[in-house]
Design a protein around this ligand. Structure first.
Ligand code: SF4
Length: 168
């Protein structure tokens, strides 16, 4: 009897802590199907687009699956590069699940921004992917900015041949 009460209390506590965490990250209500934040998740892979990625969360809400990416940073939101990253997650999720993905969510400082995965964004994603692949094939990938801070915080800086020198 005491064991059952302890188990129920534990289950209630887990449910409460998950709800609290969702609220603190600004994650929308719904069932979390996938999470890469607490424990590293398996990357998702789209064969059709040869794209791979791990959204921070996938939330199921009203029969829709929604990728959610939690971001930090200042300045105006949402950033275009992060919109494209989210678009890539929408595309990957659509291809791996076989289900239409109408939108994704970017969260900045606990504030969610819904990004429609509409024809315009789909076209833009495809166009950027074509440009990136053409650059990779040519063997010449030029830096497209003059911001030392971006290089300083870049996860690719150890491999980059075009890094801004005083930023390392
Ligand atoms: S280190 Fe290279 S890849 Fe990273 S932001 Fe700078 S130029 Fe771009």
């Amino acid at each position: 009897m005491i064991g059952a009460v302890v188990l129920i209390a534990f289950a209630v506590w887990i449910r409460w802590s998950v709800q609290k965490k969702k609220k603190s990250y600004g994650i929308p209500e719904g069932l979390i199907l996938y999470s890469d934040l607490n424990v590293p998740a398996t990357p998702l892979f789209s064969r059709r687009f040869r794209l791979t990625g791990k959204p921070d969360y996938i939330v199921r809400k009203e029969n829709q699956c929604i990728p959610v990416e939690v971001k930090s940073g200042k300045g105006p939101h949402p950033h275009q590069s992060q919109v494209l990253q989210l678009a890539a997650y929408c595309q990957i999720l659509e291809d791996t699940s076989g289900v239409f993905i109408p939108e994704g969510i970017l969260v900045y400082n606990n504030v969610p921004y819904t990004i429609r995965f509409d024809p315009k964004l789909r076209f833009e994603l495809e166009s950027v992917m074509k440009t990136m692949r053409a650059s990779l094939r040519s063997g010449v990938v030029k830096r497209n900015h003059h911001e030392p801070a971006r290089c300083r915080n870049c996860s690719m800086k150890q491999y980059c041949t075009d890094i801004i020198e005083d930023a390392s």
